[in-house]
Design a protein around this ligand. Structure first.
Ligand code: ATP
Length: 273
């Protein structure tokens, strides 16, 4: 089958404005935007542009969003694939997909290659005794390492990868000249949650009793994705109630609903608790 492993989207409209909070991560990744906008300024002085950076943090915190925003800010194409697409693949397919991806990227440089869930292919080799043979995954990982080593640092292809399990990654991925930078993307604090609410409230017609700092206070532990869900869910609840605006109570009910969903998810992950 022809699974969609990567897509090219040369007009990425996402920018840093869409990414709320994450001030430090944005600042660190801004440097990559600068490289992409003006590679000559760096190479002229003999500097080496980094090949890649690893975005590390819990699910739903905006890693994909941030990677897209880098492409949007630098106005370069964005190629993406997910490590989980390679999990069940016929022999040789994973490696050849990686090869294709890099071939296309090199032709379109400067550009961003984004690998989501890199842990699915980048788990430390030979550490999974009860999973039978991992040969295919290892082939894919080896191909990725080969590709990363094989192109010139200054070719203008920058590889961003995301994981929430940096601890299980093969150390070889983190070696100099590969993902030698790590950018941490954490769950938002109360102020950052407020900023994320601002972004996702914008398209809603909200009632006068809706207060961003109140909502931020009601949502400890929520990720940006959870907050986006709350906003959408609140609008659906308000519509079901045939309201003209989305009101505080709709948001509170949406928060309850998302908390219910999160609890269920946690139970599935850790049934012993
Ligand atoms: P995963 O690890 O599950 O792939 P992720 O960290 O890549 O998650 P995203 O896919 O970037 O998370 O986030 C999902 C959605 O949540 C985004 O498209 C956006 O709507 C919202 N979101 C997450 N973080 C933020 C943020 N910091 N600012 C604004 N919106 C956010």
């Amino acid at each position: 089958s022809q699974a969609k492993v990567f897509d090219k989207d040369s007009h990425v409209s996402t920018t840093f404005k869409d990414v709320a909070g994450l001030a430090e991560a944005k600042q660190e990744i801004e440097e990559i935007v600068e490289f992409l906008r003006n590679p000559g300024r760096y190479t002229k002085l003999g500097g080496k542009i980094p090949k890649g950076a690893l975005l590390v943090g819990p699910p739903g915190t905006g890693k994909t969003l941030l990677a897209r925003a880098v492409a949007g800010e630098a106005n370069v194409p964005f190629f993406s694939m997910s490590g989980s697409d390679f999990v069940e693949m016929f022999v040789g397919v994973g490696a050849s997909r990686v090869r294709d991806l890099f071939k296309q990227a090199k032709e379109k440089a400067p550009c961003i290659v984004f690998i989501d869930e890199i842990d699915a292919i980048g788990r430390a080799r030979g550490r999974n005794p009860n999973m039978g043979s991992n040969d295919e995954r290892e082939n894919t990982l080896n191909q990725l390492l080969t590709e990363m080593d094989g192109f010139d640092t200054n070719s203008g292809v920058i590889i961003l990868a995301a994981t929430n399990r940096a601890d299980i990654l093969d150390r070889a991925l983190m070696r100099a000249g590969r993902f030698d930078r790590q950018i941490h993307v954490e769950l938002p604090d109360i102020n950052e949650r407020g900023e994320i609410f601002q972004v996702h409230l914008k398209p809603l017609r909200k009632g006068e009793d809706v207060d961003v700092s109140f909502l931020a206070k009601q949502t400890p532990g929520f990720s940006g994705a959870d907050i986006a869900n709350v906003c959408n869910e609140a609008a659906l609840i308000a519509a079901r109630r045939k309201k003209e605006t989305v009101q505080k109570q709709d948001f509170l009910d949406a928060v309850d609903r998302i908390i219910g969903g999160l609890e269920k998810k946690n139970k599935i992950i850790s049934p012993s608790e």
